[in-house]
Design a protein around this ligand. Sequence first.
Ligand SMILES: [Zn+2]
Length: 62
Amino acid sequence: MVWWKCSNCGYIFEGEAGKVPEKCPNCGEICTFYDVSCYTPECGFEGYDPKIAGRRQEESRL
Ligand SMILES: [Zn+2]
């Protein structure tokens, strides 16, 4: 599973790996989704990485 983050509203949700969602389930927009899954062993490869999610949120504000 992969954690996606909506570039429009910042909503983070779980989805299928390799399958980018068409629409955001939160805002319903067709937008860019960032893969914010945690790939470090500390979290057991489960869940999203708050560091990545936070950084990407700041990038999206630029
Ligand atoms: Zn959204």
